[in-house]
Ligand binder design. Structure first.
Ligand code: ATP
Ligand code: MG
Length: 402
């Protein structure tokens, strides 16, 4: 698929912007703080209604305004024209109709009931400096990566995730109640029965989540390993392993995962009551990256960490394409300046079949690379367009197609 037009209202530093885009590489260049990343952010927002930079919608609203409106028009590889629009209205003090933030999502003009309904409609993969958090930060960033990917591939998964969150909150509330009742000596037999009811449902929901995570991570593992040797040109062995509840393995069936989860929750119940929360389950899962047998986080160099994340994102791109039959849009924020000539060349070759949005402060860096030995962009990609971004104004400089 490819983006044909974006329309922004009160989004970040854009009061109003309507801009058309074209097939191939869309190069956005300009000085710092002009609004390049904001454009990529608005496009990414339309995949899952969450920015890659923040979970807080209010930060996206232009300062001094109380709503933002983002609309992207895109055309699928089957030549179907579609539209996603997100309209967010912040709270307004003194307005009885605006006591809570409101977010409306539209697909082709029709309002969607739930965020989950937008999953898989428009797919984009972003690679931005923030992505190094996937390695550096705690497990929740890695879970979010895998959860959003699976939701795009298989939208009902998103419902299971929400259901799991709901069940977990109920179980945790009950655990706290049981803990309080133990300390005051109240009769708890009814609550024990209730705990068994929650455990049953949590085990059922978890089994679907864990099985899909195993399946997806093992596909990502293979594709990312291929991608890293493609970009670096070296034989580096990248492994991505999914870490979940003990005793569950890659070969466990959905039914087995359910049984193990139920048993583990039951075994864990006394400890959980003392703590007042649930200590095992998909909400504690993680991904472990290793390069040539060593775990990436403590051992890999900065450049290697970047290559790992880039490979992970390329694997995401390939998996989305393979499973949906559509080429996702690729958003590359400040990536070119961080890659050396040969890596940049291989990256551009890999993404040639996709529409990509590439930001840079130096146009020459994208067009020619830092050194004269490397090929220019025109040698690698057939179609490209160049836009200058200057203080929230976008100007098309050139559109080239072969
Ligand atoms: P760089 O090259 O440094 O990455 P950039 O062109 O990618 O720069 P953006 O991150 O797209 O820059 O835009 C940053 C600009 O947007 C800054 O001037 C910032 O103050 C402004 N900005 C961010 N959020 C808001 C907001 N909610 N309201 C108004 N302006 C905002
Ligand atoms: Mg930027």
């Amino acid at each position: 698929m490819r983006v044909t037009k974006i329309e922004l209202k009160n989004f970040r530093n854009y009061s109003y912007l309507v801009q058309e885009f074209y097939p191939g590489a869309q190069i956005l260049y300009g000085n710092n703080a002009q609004g390049k990343t904001n454009i990529l952010e608005s496009i990414y927002l339309c995949t899952c209604a969450r920015s890659h930079r923040t979970g807080k919608d209010i930060e996206l609203v232009q300062q001094g305004k109380d709503d933002y409106d983002v609309k992207i028009s895109f055309v699928t590889d089957k030549s179907i024209e579609e539209e996603i629009r997100i309209h967010y209205l912040a709270t307004v003090s003194g307005d009885p109709l605006r006591t809570k933030p409101i977010r409306h999502i539209y697909h082709n003009g029709v309002r969607l009931e739930r965020v989950g309904d937008m999953m898989g409609l428009f797919n984009a993969v972003i690679f931005a400096p923030e992505d190094l958090q996937l390695i550096k930060d705690g497990p929740s960033a890695r879970r979010r990566f895998v959860d959003l990917l699976i939701s795009q591939l298989y939208p009902p998964y998103f419902r299971d995730l929400l259901q799991y969150q709901h069940l977990l909150t109920q179980r945790n509330n009950l655990l706290k109640k049981l803990r309080d009742d133990f300390s005051t000596g109240n009769n708890t037999s009814d609550y024990d029965l209730n705990l068994a009811v929650w455990d049953e449902q949590i085990a059922d929901c978890s089994s679907r989540i864990i099985s899909l995570r195993y399946e997806t991570v093992s596909e990502i593992d293979i594709l990312a390993n291929e991608a890293i040797s493609q970009i670096t040109g070296l034989k580096e062995e990248l492994r991505i392993r999914y870490k979940t509840v003990g005793s569950i393995t890659r070969n466990s069936t959905v039914g087995e995962v359910q049984q193990i989860m139920k048993m583990r929750l039951w075994e864990q119940a006394a400890d959980d009551i003392l703590r007042g929360y649930t200590c095992i389950g998909p909400h504690r899962d993680d991904l472990v990256f290793s390069l040539n047998g060593n775990e990436v986080r403590p051992f890999a160099s900065q450049g290697q960490q970047r290559s790992v994340v880039l490979s992970l994102k390329l694997a995401e791109l390939l998996l989305l394409r393979r499973r949906t039959g559509e080429s996702p849009v690729l958003l590359l924020d400040d990536v070119m300046s961080e890659l050396d000539g040969s890596r940049r060349y291989r990256l551009l070759q890999t993404i040639d079949k996709h529409q990509s949005f590439i930001t840079s402060t130096e146009l020459s860096q994208v067009l020619h690379g830092q050194d004269t030995k490397t090929s220019s962009l025109a040698d690698i990609v057939d179609d490209y367009s160049i836009f200058e971004v200057d203080n929230a104004t976008v100007t098309k400089i050139l559109s080239h197609s072969q």
